[in-house]
Design a protein around this ligand. Structure first.
Ligand SMILES: Cc1ncc(COP(=O)(O)O)c(C=O)c1O
Length: 394
């Protein structure tokens, strides 16, 4: 794997600039822009692309994406306030379990595009709060589908017992409430059953099931709904990034599925996180020490899972590139475990990885660190300094 010239050039500039060894996140914003443009270029007509801000809510990322996406998804009052502050003109949608009254009120005040309602109780609360304001709250009901075959990936949020969305058994009660409540406006249904999807055929089959359910419910309930949100979940293959979800092939198949299912009058909305922002982020750690313990080599580098929890959260060996410094190698053709500065054996970025050469002061550059990385890390643990944050523009 090689690094883009923009990244190696920027790292060269950072090297030696501070007295302490280097530890930084770098974000390639032009690459992010290119990626989303390419994603949009093949998206079938009638489909919308929202960005799920939980993947990475850095302001520079949001501002890069704002002109290119149809809006942003927030999964908490905090995200909603952040998005409203930094991208005030963008359509916002608000999902996630356990919403507070104060968060629903703030969302009503922001005139968001849609509430993804997770339960009948939440629907009642939203109706009450909207009525007090004299507003009609736009609603998508999030459903936890019963499928003939449960979806399969490393992170499944539905199709089985989970706290997410309404059971289909609760649908009649929810729809009755929606019919009688002038403060609520049902605009569509929402499904997000999994993340880390790598299999295009399986995902097309899932979207087919979403469309069939959507149409069946509309038919049975004698209603027309303009919007179907099909969530996100397209996966990055961290062991072999070239084998990540094939978006172009998916979009070709998607056009066929939508035609076959007669969805021409329904807007299809995606809310994607990881697949949009993962590849634009790099986490750089300078090697502080190399040692051998019980027959294994360890490279201790500046930073760790308190900045970059992705490998620990996923339980995987994160892909990386070694940028050699000037020193003669301490290791040659050896397997080495890459760890951070924390006093826990869980602070591991990658285990027993073959390296051609490695020396103290070399740089370990972890790729695909732009999603669920810095923002999911336990940044306060041990009170180490934060990494430098570098946002590269053209
Ligand atoms: C409801 C919902 N939508 C969208 C996403 C984004 O998923 P991903 O980052 O896998 O695309 C998530 C992730 O947890 C989610 O829970």
């Amino acid at each position: 794997m090689s690094l883009p010239q923009r990244i190696t050039g920027a790292i060269d500039e950072l090297r030696g600039k501070t007295r302490d060894p280097l530890c930084a996140y770098l974000y390639d914003l032009p690459a992010l822009e290119l990626r989303v443009r390419a994603m949009r270029a093949v998206l079938p007509t009638g489909c919308e692309l929202f960005y799920a801000a939980k993947a990475n809510p850095e302001v520079a990322i949001l501002r890069t994406l704002a002109p290119l996406v149809d809006g942003f998804e927030a999964a908490s009052g905090g995200e909603l306030a952040w998005l409203h502050e930094h991208c005030p003109d963008q359509p916002l949608i608000f999902g996630g379990p356990g919403k507070l009254d104060s968060e629903l009120e703030a969302a009503l005040d922001c005139r968001i595009d849609a509430f993804h309602v997770e339960s009948v109780h939440e629907l009642r609360r939203l109706a009450r709060l909207a009525a007090v304001r004299g507003l009609r709250a736009p609603v998508l009901l999030r459903l936890n589908l019963k499928l003939a075959e449960a979806p399969d990936s490393r992170l499944v949020m539905g199709g089985k017992p989970t706290p997410f969305g309404l059971d289909e058994d609760a649908l009649d009660e929810a729809l009755a409430l929606l019919r009688q409540e002038p403060a609520l406006e049902l605009k569509g249904l929402h499904f997000h059953l999994l993340s880390h999807q790598l299999d295009v055929a399986a995902h097309l089959q899932l979207i087919r099931a979403y469309c069939q359910t959507f149409r069946r419910i509309c038919r049975e309930q004698d209603m027309q709904l303009p919007l179907l949100n099909v969530g996100g979940g397209m996966g990055i293959n961290y062991q072999d990034p070239a084998g990540s979800f094939d978006w172009s092939r998916f979009c070709q198949g998607l056009a066929e599925v939508l035609a076959e299912q007669g969805m021409a009058d329904t807007r299809i909305r995606f809310e994607i996180g990881r697949f949009i922002s993962a590849a634009c982020g790099y986490y750089v750690m300078q090697v502080l020490d190399i040692k051998r313990n019980h027959g294994h080599y360890f490279a201790v580098a500046r930073g760790g899972t308190h900045h970059f929890r992705t490998p620990a959260a996923q339980g995987h060996d994160h892909p990386f590139v070694v940028l050699r410094g000037d020193r003669a190698p301490d290791l040659q053709d050896q397997a080495v475990t890459l760890v951070g500065q924390l006093c826990t054996p869980k602070d591991v970025m990658a285990r027993q990885q073959p390296v051609k050469e490695l020396a103290v002061d070399d740089l370990l550059v972890f790729t695909h660190a732009g999603a669920y990385a810095w923002n999911i890390s336990h940044q306060k643990f041990l009170m180490h300094e934060p990494p430098q944050m570098v946002f590269l523009t053209e």
